[in-house]
Design a binder for this molecule. Structure first.
Ligand SMILES: Cc1cc2nc3c(=O)[nH]c(=O)nc-3n(C[C@H](O)[C@H](O)[C@H](O)COP(=O)(O)O)c2cc1C
Length: 346
């Protein structure tokens, strides 16, 4: 099924907050939390999407025929496509009854592994979510990434143990989760973490030969501190607008972050990436790979594991189409030159 068909099939069983729009551009759910929207006036999620649309691509078909190679190496894993399924916690609260976080994680982990890529799992106040996600990742031979919240030291310690036991592709932390309204004043507590604390987490992961990723980096300065702390990758992410209103779009900050740390860490990005052409744009701005989040929930509600696989397949073929139309046979060939700049900006 195409994404549009999946969204149509999801309508009616995904409500009441998500409208399963044909293009998940953050408008219909602006400011809707609980639900899939964003914080405050609710322009950040839409801004993320719009910033990709504002990047025009340079068509170049003056070349011999080739079939585009969409494979990427991310954190030492070979992926069939530079797209991973982003983490979602508390699925039932935000999207409705059909999936809870455990069944959703199973659906996306199996679908992503089946399509030669990875899904990231979310975390929450309910401890069983992390336990079940890690069991599943272990049963898939480590093909998945548990994302741990920046909990207090004791909780974090226990969750990291669980995560590392699964020998996952990497462990991630959404360092920006302190801004989530649902975590404020809750038990266990979550909050900001210093670079020194992050460095300790990194060494725990490295002792077990597991890479560590910091998700929620939006400035070159924070990226440099993350690189200094030894992280293997960062995700340029504003959490889809859910942790702070008024932030720039991820596509707007990505180039400066790549310039600052692109030689030291792998730079991943998320936020409003909806098509293979958007993936192409992100690679052209210097990202190694992308995470896509909300549309996979819609795909799961509309078509289960098959739906998630179909949408991944759609992203792959749209990316290949863009690569062939822009004369870039492999991801390495996609550079800033693939993006058009008005005369004044050159
Ligand atoms: C309902 C919902 C729950 C989320 N839960 C998590 C989470 O548990 N951990 C996390 O790192 N990010 C979480 N995110 C953020 C996403 O992983 C992603 O960063 C964000 O949605 C931007 O990507 P998108 O525009 O493709 O959705 C959540 C997002 C939504 C909409």
């Amino acid at each position: 099924m195409s994404y549009e068909e999946l969204a149509r099939a999801a309508r009616g069983n995904i409500g009441p907050f998500c409208k399963a729009c044909p293009v998940c551009d953050g408008r219909a759910c602006a400011g809707v939390m609980p639900g899939p929207g964003d914080k405050g006036v609710g322009r950040v999620a839409h801004g993320n999407w719009e910033a990709w649309q504002n990047l025009r691509v340079n068509m170049d078909t003056l070349h011999g025929p080739f079939s585009a190679d969409t494979r990427a190496t991310v954190l030492g894993c070979e992926l069939s496509v530079p797209v991973m399924v982003g983490p979602v916690g508390d699925v039932q609260r935000h999207y409705g009854e059909r999936y809870d976080t455990v069944t959703y994680n199973r659906c996306v982990l199996e679908a992503a592994a089946g399509e030669g890529t990875l899904a990231w799992t979310g975390d929450g106040l309910d401890a069983s979510i992390m336990t079940e996600a890690c069991d599943l990742i272990a049963s898939l031979g480590g093909r998945g990434l548990p994302t741990v919240k920046p909990w207090d030291a004791a909780t974090l310690d226990a969750k990291l143990d669980q995560a590392l036991e699964a020998s996952p592709a990497a462990v991630a932390m959404d360092i920006d989760a302190a801004g989530l309204p649902f975590l404020r004043g809750q038990e266990p507590p979550a909050g900001a973490k210093s670079a020194a604390e992050v460095a300790e987490i990194v060494s725990r992961c490295h002792e077990r030969n597991v890479p560590f990723v910091l998700k929620g980096v939006m400035t070159p300065r924070a990226a440099a501190r993350a690189a200094e702390a030894g992280v293997d990758a960062i995700v340029v992410s504003n959490h889809g607008g859910r942790v702070l209103d008024g932030t720039p779009a991820t596509a707007e900050v990505l180039p400066d972050i790549v310039s600052a740390v692109g030689d030291e860490v792998e730079v991943l990005v998320d936020g409003g990436i909806r098509s293979g052409l958007d993936v192409f744009r992100a690679i052209a701005l210097g990202a190694r790979a992308c995470l896509v989040c909300r549309p996979f929930v819609v795909s799961a509600f509309g078509g289960g594991e098959r739906g998630v696989r179909d949408y991944l397949g759609q992203l792959r073929s749209e990316l290949a189409d863009a690569m062939e139309m822009c004369g870039t046979p492999s991801l390495r060939d996609i550079s800033r030159e693939a993006l058009w700049a008005p005369c004044g900006d050159r």
